[in-house]
Write a protein that binds this ligand. Structure first.
Ligand code: UTP
Length: 403
């Protein structure tokens, strides 16, 4: 028995060994090659959450405090941008399965009477800053094997939405196998195991593997602003945010929004064993959910919106740390061993993902920076309802963006 077969057998993946018997020599070789490269050990992860430490509240710099210091923070931020110390990372490797859009999520047209794409909204927001600063912010776009070419083509066909092509780099994140509800490997094609992007926490490690960190070093970038593709109101390289974090002397910052209600289902920035951390809504006790500060605000009040600022030297020291892998149950197109292709309507497979929020836990401290959700938080996750195309359109209109 060869090495790959032995590994498959140990992992109770005999269905793949059996299936391989039906394939041609060249197909077996291709499958073997892929299996040798893949980290198959992840499929044993059962998704049981890691043991958590002691939580305590982390208060945010509030909207009022920010307004009061706006000029000072903005000046500090613009100065750092002008000195080219700030880089931006667009996380666009996700599969957007909830939206059910075949192309890269950023290529989605959020317009109604005209075409305006998600990528375009983000670049427009960034251009507002670069025009003010008079320099471009180096922008790194994380894609996946699946959407890399399409993403690059889309940017090129749209002339980089007016951004400077010389200041954009694309890099591909890594893949991990996905499994069905019985923990079994699945097929993507006749001679290819189904894999999925390894989550948004892998961005810094992927930047290293793809040579992007050399560019970061060569350009002298000291801070990286990492953000999700699907918040169309996102402020990128926001000078006021950058300035507030630098001024605070902290090594990282997170944009947060006040919860709409005490039981809103968002991850909340807090302290865990005195280190910055994010507690998920389902991990909070009744007491934590209800607890209030002396001024009446909720103690666990500030939800994260996937817009973080990290100091590069501190990120370097996290490269050797393995981030925890989480299981996410998602809709995934696959081929069964009789070679029928299925495009399920409901979640059918577990993906294994590292999360950007786990990088926050590796930082000594983090500035929670409050933003107005009506101005900066319009996530496009679903087709309809909450965090949907519809709700994002309403918020875009509210902010004067013509659709
Ligand atoms: P989500 O957690 O919403 O995942 O991503 P998703 O894959 O885009 O969407 P669903 O859950 O299948 O509907 C949050 C952000 O992280 C990025 C996404 O592109 C988005 O900006 N992401 C997610 C990656 O870059 N890589 C990943 O592996 C996962």
């Amino acid at each position: 028995m060869d090495k790959v077969q032995e590994i498959l057998k140990n992992l109770k993946q005999n269905h793949i060994i059996e299936y391989m018997k039906t394939l041609s020599h060249s197909e077996i070789e291709k499958l073997n090659e892929q299996l040798e490269r893949l980290d198959l050990s992840v499929i044993n992860i059962n998704g049981k959450e890691e043991k958590r430490g002691k939580f305590s509240p982390l208060l945010a710099v509030t909207l009022d405090e920010i307004t009061h210091n706006k000029e000072k923070f903005t000046d500090i931020g613009l100065d750092a941008i002008r000195k080219r110390k700030i880089g931006a990372i667009l996380l666009a490797g996700g599969q957007g399965s909830r939206l059910g859009f075949e192309k890269p999520k950023g290529a989605f047209n959020i317009g109604v009477n005209r075409e305006i794409y998600i990528f375009e909204c983000l670049i427009n927001n960034l251009l507002e800053v670069t025009e003010k600063a008079g320099v471009y912010v180096p922008l790194f776009v994380m894609t996946s094997i699946e959407n890399n070419q399409e993403t690059k083509d889309f940017f090129r066909e749209h002339n980089y939405f007016g951004y400077s092509k010389e200041n954009i780099w694309f890099f591909v994140q890594e893949q991990l196998p996905a499994v069905d509800t019985d923990g079994k490997l699945m097929l993507a094609e006749k001679d290819r195991i189904l894999t999925a992007p390894n989550g948004n926490g892998g961005w810094y490690a992927s930047m290293e593997k793809t040579g992007m960190l050399e560019i970061v070093r060569d350009l002298g970038i000291e801070w990286l602003n990492v953000f999700a593709v699907d918040n169309v109101l996102q402020r990128i390289a926001d000078p006021c945010f950058i300035g507030a974090v630098i001024d605070s002397g902290k090594v990282s910052g997170a944009k947060v929004v006040a919860k709409a209600a005490p039981d809103e289902k968002v991850g909340v920035l807090c302290l865990e064993d005195n280190k910055p951390s994010i507690v998920e809504y389902y991990e909070m006790t009744e007491e934590m959910l209800k607890s209030r500060q002396s001024d009446g605000t909720l103690s666990y009040n500030y939800g994260v919106i996937l817009n973080y600022l990290f100091r590069v030297d501190k990120l370097n020291s996290t490269l050797s740390v393995k981030l925890p892998l989480h299981r996410a149950f998602k809709k995934v197109k696959y081929m069964d061993t009789s070679e029928n292709v299925h495009n399920p309507e409901e979640p059918n497979a577990y993906k294994f993902e590292t999360l950007a929020l786990d990088m926050v836990k590796l930082q000594e401290n983090c500035l929670a920076y409050e933003v107005d959700r009506r101005k900066e938080f319009a996530p496009v996750k679903n087709k309809k309802g909450i965090d949907s195309v519809e709700s994002a359109r309403e918020l875009l209109k509210l902010n004067g963006i013509e659709l």
